[in-house]
Design a protein around this ligand. Structure first.
Ligand code: ADP
Ligand code: ADP
Ligand code: MG
Length: 472
């Protein structure tokens, strides 16, 4: 049985995994770069070890991390998301060295990490796939020919892409010519592979993804779907479970489809199958993420299932605790990614010292943060600094509660996406639960908020001034 886990990650997700370990009576080992010496995951884990002075290199050094896991007596390693989480080499090294990798095996990660192979696998399993090229493109000429076949607009994508990078919409031939080399070099830089392919651009889609759990005995279940249509530049900002834009028939259909997809992939552990839903109610497989996702929290809120605890149970070789018909859901949950960014300045990262931080409280709130008062956000990493998840019985209550919760949150010293979300919550279409992946682009006015200080704070300032004047 697993008694000690090395967490090959940082930030809020490392803290999340420490929490799961604590509840299961498992020791945790954190790793940190010099820049992360004062990070929260270092303080919370049972043990923490430096992996060198470079801010990033240590987190990406699979051999060094696995050596450390062995040296510290860990039986397992949790990769979190980002960094090496979808790197088949880490899973391979773990398997060879006898450290249990908490995720699917190397081949599955490799196959699903290649979007072309993933598409082929799903097509063979009868899962509907976005129409597109069935191999990576040889050159621009082939791209132009394929695009003529599929019909514009098309999506040019990095075959090994992720994190919303290496994706470009091309509305006509001129744009495809213009973008081709750019996406190629972006893909080479970001993913170490210059392979690209084309997909038909789905018009105003909803991004709907399904959470999967699969044990090592062939049991596969889903934990319903998440609606991640609120995105900026293909990166998710807000995630909702279940989707307020699906009916129960669609929900059952997409859930079954995701289970079929996971079986076809030979999947084990927790994973996510991403789909695009078009305006005619058809959905298409887009990709499979072979790891825990940032937005797993909303699924935990509606099902009551601790996904990280389940991941560890599965890694222990135990069968799933539940059958599909036993999975229940209650209410609806929405997660806000609180990024240290300035929405008014094109969402430019806003790193620096958090002078004060107040987590929200009250009914229906969950906070997953990597910050504390006095903490300095280092400039080397992702700008996600906290996730706030709100739960309510229905959509209307959720929207009102979300506003209250965001107002209840205090992050001072850096700019964040909180005031942007407060504006977004006012938009009538959003309040009516009607939005697609174009929503953020369609609402450029949301950055025109004023961050006026609350009346009470101004009153206090005035009172202090009067007191000073009067010589109190
Ligand atoms: P989600 O888990 O919700 O899909 P993202 O897609 O934003 O979240 O990915 C989570 C994190 O992993 C982000 O920090 C993102 O930049 C990073 N990431 C995802 N895929 C890759 C990849 N293929 N290469 C590098 N980083 C990635
Ligand atoms: P990543 O691996 O970076 O997460 P995805 O393939 O999941 O990339 O796509 C990210 C986002 O880009 C989707 O959530 C969606 O908003 C948009 N997108 C991707 N493919 C298409 C498509 N064929 N048509 C329309 N939008 C798409
Ligand atoms: Mg994706």
């Amino acid at each position: 049985m697993i008694k000690k886990i090395l967490i090959a990650n940082r930030g809020e997700i490392a803290v999340r995994i420490v929490r799961a370990c604590q509840e299961a009576g498992i020791e945790s080992v954190a790793i940190y770069s010099e820049a992360d010496r004062h990070a929260l995951h270092v303080k919370k884990a049972s043990e923490a070890y430096s992996i060198g002075p470079d801010p990033v290199a240590g987190y990406l050094n699979a051999h060094r991390i696995v050596n450390l896991a062995l040296a510290t007596g860990c039986q397992a390693l949790h990769p979190g998301y980002g960094f090496l989480s979808e790197n088949p080499e880490l899973a391979r090294i773990c398997a060879r060295r006898g450290v249990k990798f908490i995720g699917p095996d190397e081949q599955v990660i490799r196959r699903m990490g290649n979007k072309i192979e993933a598409r082929r696998c799903m097509q063979a399993a009868g899962v509907p796939v976005v129409p597109g090229s069935d191999a990576s493109l040889a050159d621009l000429d082939e791209a132009l020919a394929v695009a003529r076949d599929i019909g514009y607009p098309v999506m040019l994508k990095a075959t090994s892409g992720g994190g919303g990078r290496g994706i470009r919409r091309c509305n006509h031939e001129g744009e495809l010519r213009h973008n081709y080399q750019r996406v190629l070099s972006e893909a080479r830089k970001a993913f170490g592979s210059a392979e690209v392919f084309l997909e038909k651009c789905i018009d105003r889609p909803r991004h709907i993804e399904v959470q999967i759990l699969a044990d090592e005995h062939g049991n596969v279940i889903h934990l319903f779907e998440r609606d991640c249509s609120i995105q900026r530049r293909h990166q998710k900002l807000i995630e909702i479970a279940p989707s307020p834009q699906l009916d129960d028939t669609q929900r059952a259909e997409i859930g079954d489809c995701a289970v079929r997809a996971a079986r076809a992939a030979g999947y084990q552990n927790a994973g996510t199958v991403e789909f695009l839903l078009d305006n005619n109610g058809h959905f298409y497989f887009m990709e499979m993420n072979t790891r825990l996702q940032v937005e797993h929290t909303v699924t935990e809120n509606i099902t009551g299932i601790d996904i990280v605890a389940e991941q560890i149970r599965i890694a222990n070789g135990l069968p799933l605790l539940f059958e599909q018909h036993e999975i229940e859901r209650r209410g609806i949950a929405m997660q806000f990614r609180i990024n240290a960014e300035d929405p008014k300045n094109d969402f430019l990262p806003s790193f620096g010292r958090i002078t004060r931080y107040f987590a929200p409280g009250g009914p229906g709130v969950r906070t997953d943060a990597a910050i504390y008062s006095g903490y300095t956000i280092p400039p080397y990493y992702d700008s996600l600094c906290a996730k706030i998840t709100v739960w309510a019985l229905d959509w209307e209550e959720l929207v009102s509660r979300a506003r209250r919760v965001l107002l209840d949150t205090g992050v001072y010293g850096v700019k964040t996406t909180i005031p942007y979300y407060l504006e977004l919550l006012k938009v009538p279409e959003f309040r009516a639960a009607r939005f697609d992946t174009g929503f953020v682009e369609d609402h450029p006015e949301l950055v025109n908020y004023t961050t006026s200080r609350p009346a009470r704070e101004l009153a206090a300032v005035a009172a202090a001034a009067i007191a000073a004047q009067a010589g109190y």
